[in-house]
Design a protein around this ligand. Structure first.
Ligand code: HEC
Ligand code: HEC
Length: 371
């Protein structure tokens, strides 16, 4: 809690008050600056969700698990500019961190899912270019595994079911919450404190990166340049075309840019083309490359991008203007961003470390055999 007081004292000391930024630090939903709130969970459900998250049998050909792309040691992202995909295809978006994603109001870089994590989980499992799994096949695989039979019962979900999976994985995701950053402990370095003042002051970052997770959960156009790799690589392009066709994007064969949240807003004048959800700024030291398409490898590149007033786009948010920050100010801003990262979420609390045995007796008529 200390940090909250210390941060607000820093603010009252003049920086933000002068610029009228205090209000901007609270999100539209009223979320305030401070440590990210932990979420209460049920242990048996979390354990089940954790095993499922690390189990490759949740993908069609049993080659990849959720953790193949959301890697704990990389802040539950993957370190790649553009994600991998189901074997035989490649992705066209940067894999986002899952840390704090349970607090989001909408998911995916374009915010196309705004319901809940159960739906996000279903999407990840069934989408052809992600896990490519048929839910009926998944249920059979789970019902064959005596460990799951036990774990589903212990979690209070009855027999292994697809609905149970869509509840247990989100329960596990709720445990992935940031903790113990220097910012949260009120122990920021002098450079980071000065960076914080720049962030909330002259640089205007907190116009969009507000609240405990440093996101307003809204969409904005910052003019991030497109990543040409998506159209240069036929496997990525094919995935992009499949996505754009499914989302009803006009001219999906010919466009060479990511329409972003236009797929959910469909603004008639196209003003939402190239808008993306503001990401959290927590755990950045673990989650590069940055932006929806991973075009920036380092925080230096990100800060240089904003210092130049963002990218070049007719729909760009007018608040992004050249900042003319000095070298020292840019270094301080980066120090602040780094000190928003806390303990890595690794170890048995977050990672299923035991082997997942697959040598058990197969039940032939599994459909009619109650577990
Ligand atoms: C092949 C790589 C891959 C696999 C496997 C994968 N994901 Fe993802 N995940 C992604 C990518 C890429 C995105 C962003 C998609 C987009 O913006 O279009 C994403 C987005 C998400 C999000 C939304 C995060 C946010 O802040 O918007 C959640 C939650 C998520 N994945 C959970 C899971 C779960 C649970 C599984 C396993 C059932 C899983 N993922 C499997 C690559 C993967
Ligand atoms: C107008 C709203 C807005 C302002 C102002 C803004 N950002 Fe952003 N920021 C965004 C959006 C939207 C994205 C995601 C863009 C994308 O994925 O293409 C983003 C992405 C980022 C990322 C990448 C995070 C990741 O995990 O990929 C960083 C770091 C960042 N911003 C820092 C800053 C800093 C520092 C400032 C101030 C100099 C700032 N932002 C100002 C909206 C904003």
């Amino acid at each position: 809690m200390m940090s909250v007081f210390r941060s607000s004292r820093l603010l009252r000391a003049g920086v933000a008050a002068a610029i009228g930024m205090l209000a901007a630090l609270t999100t539209a939903q009223g979320e305030e600056l401070g440590p990210v709130p932990q979420i209460e969970t049920e242990a048996a459900r979390v354990e089940l969700g954790k095993r499922l998250f690390f189990d490759r049998r949740l993908s069609g050909d049993a080659a990849i698990s959720c953790a193949s792309c959301h890697i704990p040691e990389r802040g539950f992202s993957d370190g790649l500019p553009l994600s991998a995909a189901y074997p035989g295809s490649l992705g066209f978006r940067n894999t986002p961190t899952l840390i704090n994603s349970a607090h989001r109001a909408a998911w995916f870089h374009d915010g196309r899912l705004g319901t809940n994590l159960n739906d996000v989980t279903r999407e990840m499992i069934t989408e052809d270019y992600l896990m490519n799994m048929d839910m009926r096949l998944m249920q059979e695989r789970l019902k064959q595994d005596p460990v799951y039979v036990e774990m589903f019962a212990a979690a209070g979900y009855g027999e292994p079911s697809n609905g149970g999976v869509r509840k247990a994985i989100p329960e596990y995701l709720k445990t992935l919450i940031s903790r113990n950053s220097l910012f949260d402990q009120g122990a920021m370095s002098d450079a980071a404190q000065s960076g914080f003042a720049i962030f909330t002051g002259v640089a205007g970052c907190s116009n969009c990166h507000s609240g405990a997770r440093f996101t307003d959960d809204e969409i904005h156009n910052t003019g991030v340049p497109d990543n040409p790799e998506i159209w240069r690589d036929p496997m990525r392009h094919a995935t992009f075309v499949a996505y754009a066709m499914f989302m009803g994007v006009e001219n999906y064969m010919n466009i060479r840019r990511d329409p972003g949240a236009h797929v959910r807003g469909h603004a008639a004048d196209g003003s939402d083309i190239g808008t993306f959800l503001t990401p959290t700024l927590r755990e950045l030291t673990q989650t590069g490359p940055y932006m929806h398409n991973g075009v920036f490898a380092t925080l230096e590149e990100v800060v240089d991008f904003y210092n130049a007033g963002g990218g070049d786009d007719p729909n760009k948010d007018p608040r992004l203007v050249p900042l003319e920050l000095s070298k020292q100010q840019r270094t301080d801003l980066i120090a602040f961003l780094q000190e928003l990262s806390g303990d890595p979420l690794v170890g048995p609390e977050f990672v299923w470390e035991e082997p997942i045995p697959t040598e058990y007796e197969i039940i032939d008529d599994w459909r009619d055999t109650p577990n």
